[in-house]
Write a protein that binds this ligand. Sequence first.
Ligand code: FAD
Length: 383
Amino acid sequence: MDVYLSPAQLEMRADVRSFLDENYPPERILQMETDEEYPDDFYREAAARGWTGIPVPAEHGGSDGSVLDLCVFVEEVGKTSIAMSTLYITGTIFGSHALHICGSDEQASRYLPAIVAGDKRFALSMSEPAAGSDFAGMEATAEKVDGGWRINGVKGPISGAERAEVIITAARTSSHPGQSRNKGLTLFLVENPAKGLSFVQRKFPAMKALMVNNVHYDDVIVGDDAVLGEVDEGWLNLAKLMDPERLANAAQTIGVAQAAIDDGVAYACSREQYGGPISRFQAVSHPLAEAQAEVAAARLLVYAAAHKRDVEGPCHMEASMAKMLANNVAARATSAALQVAGAAGWERDSHFVRRNIEVRGCELGGGTSQIQRNIIARHMGLR
Ligand SMILES: Cc1cc2nc3c(=O)[nH]c(=O)nc-3n(C[C@H](O)[C@H](O)[C@H](O)COP(=O)(O)OP(=O)(O)OC[C@H]3O[C@@H](n4cnc5c(N)ncnc54)[C@H](O)[C@@H]3O)c2cc1C
């Protein structure tokens, strides 16, 4: 089922797997989630091994990797820890792609080598407590001041914001009667820490190691050189950024789902009831078999969409289809695995229950499944 992958991608995937197996066994992941231990070591090691350079052009020290390379990478990391794969998606992928899509040459030189070195992690601050799916309704503002901009508002939930060195922040810079709400939004590169910037941790049941925050901007001043892309045209750039984000999100949930299935199979083969392993009951084995087939199909769609993005450019419909399908398949697969493990799967510290909750969180980030269906329907001409 690896028809889309090159020998180099298979080799990278094997390297990632052996690094994670050696350094992050399941007990360590559990401890990190329980203690809310931010995956600093993982990120540093990823940088040392060249993985934070995957999406960065060679002229800035990266390896010029493709979106498909990124999907293979985050899928493998997601098998081990969603906190780590999400840190990579926000820290590395958001930053490098945003700079590629709309950064100036000066901004690219300022930040891309630092992304490769693992010195600058990014976060994407778009949603607000009152503007989630409908993020064009955002209320955060950026007002022009002498030599820069003054940002005010509250954003959230934002993955990994508190520990990011740069927070890509969307704020309203203009609004005129009759103007589309999609106009008048601007993106800013906000360095963290900054005067007036503060964080409140959201209490989510998964990804506790990464930390998801509300971000408070209280008269945060940034220079004119912090504007990312054209003033008032942030919406267009965010739309372009969404394809790789959704594909990476989809790929990581495929990784979580595969890990849940693998553990479900191991549990079913080792757990004995009625004088033998429960794997001999079709009611136990069939849900796992069905989940495996669905995960294989969703994985192919993710790879095909990533390949299209690499070869042809924007792929909004394919990225939305891949995210919706992968997230929904992963929810069913992790639920099937949880059922196979019975009460053992329902323990607070069980990886079965953790994975089931993790994929639900992924389904919300980057636009819910309903929003993905809206996008797909629109591309089908259903208006
Ligand atoms: C773990 C996690 C990490 C996140 N990380 C980030 C991040 O890094 N950066 C960031 O900017 N945001 C982030 N988010 C926010 C995420 O993008 C929003 O949660 C998401 O867009 C949904 O917004 P909402 O939660 O306000 O739900 P709402 O928009 O209030 O929606 C509530 C429900 O109504 C449905 N709904 C709303 N509108 C429609 C519609 N038009 N058609 C059909 N159904 C609709 C939704 O699908 C949902 O089921 C994160 C969220 C989570 C859970």
